[in-house]
Design a protein around this ligand. Structure first.
Ligand code: ZN
Length: 416
C-alpha cells in the first residue's frame, strides 16, 4: 500500500464533517489537483471526546461512499507508540509512529559506536543533488546525531515491527514523526535519521521532522521564512537522496504537522515541491472544530449563545485546557477578551474574531488558539453540541469545505 504523492491529514474531533472535508478534496480534484485524504485523530483526542478509532473509520467510509470518492483514502493512527497502538490496529491503514519522546535520550553506547563505524564512509565531503554546497561531515557529527536520535529510531523499529506483525507487510502506510519535541532536526540530522531508519528496516513513506520556527496550533508560522525555505528544500533533497541510496519506497515524502494555517510559509512550500517534483503530506489537524464554532456563531440564536458559553468556560479553565498543548500554543492572556464582553457580541463579530483572516481587524489569534485547544468543553456538552451541529449542518459544512480548499489546498498545491 503506497500513499499518493499529495495527501492531507484532516482531523475531525466530533466526526460530523467527513463529507464537508471530502467535498474540498473533490473540488480540488475537479481543478486537476489530486490530494488524497488521511482522516486523523490521536489517542488523546479520542480519550477526551470519548470516541474509538472505529468511529473515525466509519466516518471516513461513510463520507467516501456517500460522495463517490474513487481515489485511495486513509485512516490515521495519529501519534501512536507501543502503549497506544493496539487500539488503532483494526481501524487504521496509516500509522504515525511518534518517537519524539525518545529523541534526546541516548541509545546504548555499543549501538551508537556500531552505527558510527558502519557509516564512517559518509564522513568527509558528501554531495547531495539539490543542496547548494557539498556537506562537510565529520565522524564526531555522526556520533553526535546518533546520540541524539538513534534511540528514537530504534523505538520506531519496534513499533513498526509490532504493526507489521498484526497487519502484514505492505498493508499499511508507515509515517515516522519527531515533531512534538523542543529539538528541531536539521537536514543533516534527517540524513542520518533516515540512514538509521533504513538500518532498522522501517520502510517509512512519510517523515515528520520538527522544523525550525514555531508551528502553533491553528495560527500562522512564527520564525524566519527564508531560513525555513532553505531548510525545507534541503530536507526534500535529503529525502530524494535517501530514496535512491538507502532503499526507501520511491514515494517517501515530508509530512508537515500542525500544517494548517501556516500561511506565511505556503508560498515557500509550494515553490519547493513544484521545483523538485517532491510529494507532500500536510496535516491540518483540529481546525475543522474551529469552523464548527464559527458556523454556530454565524447561525446566531441558541447556537451563538452556545459558542459564547463555550468561550466563557475556555476562559475560566484556561490552565487545565491549555496544559496538554503547552508546547504548541502561545497565548497572551492579556489579549483575550472578557467573557462578559463576548456575551454581548453579534455572531458576525464572534466569527470574525475567530476566523483566520489576518487582514480582518477583528481577528484575534489568542482567542483562536484558546478555543482550538478547548474542544473538551464541547465534548462535555455531549448531545446538546452534536444536535447543534446537525441543526446547522449547512452553514458549518460550507465553512469547513471553504477553509480546506481556499486557505489550504489551493495555496499549497495549485499550479500557478
Ligand atoms: Zn505531530
Amino acid at each position: 500500500m503506497l500513499i499518493n504523492k499529495y495527501s492531507m491529514g484532516i482531523g475531525d474531533r466530533f466526526g460530523h464533517e467527513g463529507e464537508a472535508q471530502l467535498a474540498a478534496l473533490i473540488a480540488a480534484k475537479d481543478k486537476g489537483i489530486e490530494v488524497v485524504p488521511v482522516w486523523n485523530k490521536s489517542f488523546r483526542e479520542h480519550s477526551i471526546i470519548g470516541t474509538k478509532p472505529e468511529s473515525l473509520r466509519a466516518e471516513a467510509d461513510a463520507a467516501v461512499k456517500s460522495l463517490g470518492w474513487k481515489l485511495p483514502y486513509f485512516v490515521d493512527a495519529d501519534h501512536v507508540g507501543l502503549k497506544t497502538i493496539d487500539h488503532f490496529m483494526a481501524a487504521s491503514n496509516f500509522f504515525t509512529i511518534d518517537v519524539a519522546d525518545f529523541s534526546g535520550h541516548p541509545a546504548s553506547p555499543e549501538s551508537i559506536e556500531t552505527f558510527v563505524k558502519k557509516h564512517r564512509d559518509m564522513a568527509g565531503t558528501l554531495n547531495i543533488p539539490g543542496i547548494a554546497a557539498p556537506l562537510k561531515i565529520t565522524e564526531e557529527q555522526i556520533r553526535a546525531i546518533a546520540t541524539k536520535f538513534l534511540l528514537a529510531v530504534q523505538e520506531a523499529g519496534k513499533v513498526y515491527r509490532h504493526i507489521e506483525a498484526a497487519k502484514g507487510n505492505g498493508n499499511f502506510v508507515p509515517e515516522v514523526s519527531m515533531d512534538e519535541t523542543d529539538l528541531p532536526q536539521s537536514p543533516l540530522d534527517m540524513l542520518f535519521i533516515l540512514r538509521a531508519l533504513a538500518d532498522e528496516g522501517v520502510p517509512a513513506q512519510t517523515i515528520a521532522p520538527k522544523f525550525s520556527g514555531r508551528f502553533n496550533k491553528g495560527v500562522d508560522y512564527v520564525g524566519n521564512v527564508a531560513q525555513f525555505e532553505k531548510e525545507f528544500g534541503d530536507d526534500l533533497a535529503v529525502i530524494a537522496y535517501a530514496v535512491k541510496n538507502f532503499g526507501f519506497p520511491a514515494n517517501l515524502k515530508l509530512s508537515v504537522h500542525s500544517g494548517s494555517d501556516k500561511f506565511s510559509i505556503y508560498p515557500a512550500i509550494h515553490r519547493a515541491i513544484k521545483k523538485s517534483g517532491a510529494g507532500l503530506h500536510v496535516k491540518t489537524a483540529g481546525t475543522t472544530w474551529l469552523e464548527e464554532v464559527i458556523g454556530l456563531a454565524e447561525a446566531g440564536g441558541d447556537a451563538l449563545a452556545m459558542a459564547q458559553d463555550f468561550y466563557a468556560k475556555c476562559f475560566e479553565r484556561i490552565d487545565e485546557l491549555s496544559k496538554p498543548y503547552a508546547t504548541v500554543i502561545d497565548i497572551d492572556r492579556a489579549k483575550l477578551p472578557k467573557p462578559e464582553e463576548v456575551k454581548k457580541w453579534t455572531g458576525a463579530k464572534f466569527a470574525a474574531t475567530l476566523r483566520h483572516d489576518q487582514k480582518c481587524p477583528d481577528f484575534n489569534l489568542h482567542f483562536r488558539q484558546l478555543i482550538h485547544v478547548s474542544f473538551k468543553v464541547a465534548a462535555e456538552a455531549g448531545p446538546a453540541y452534536l444536535d447543534m451541529l446537525k441543526k446547522h449542518r449547512a452553514i458549518i459544512a460550507k465553512g469547513v469545505t471553504e477553509n480546506l480548499l481556499t486557505r489550504h489546498i489551493l495555496p499549497i498545491f495549485e499550479e500557478k
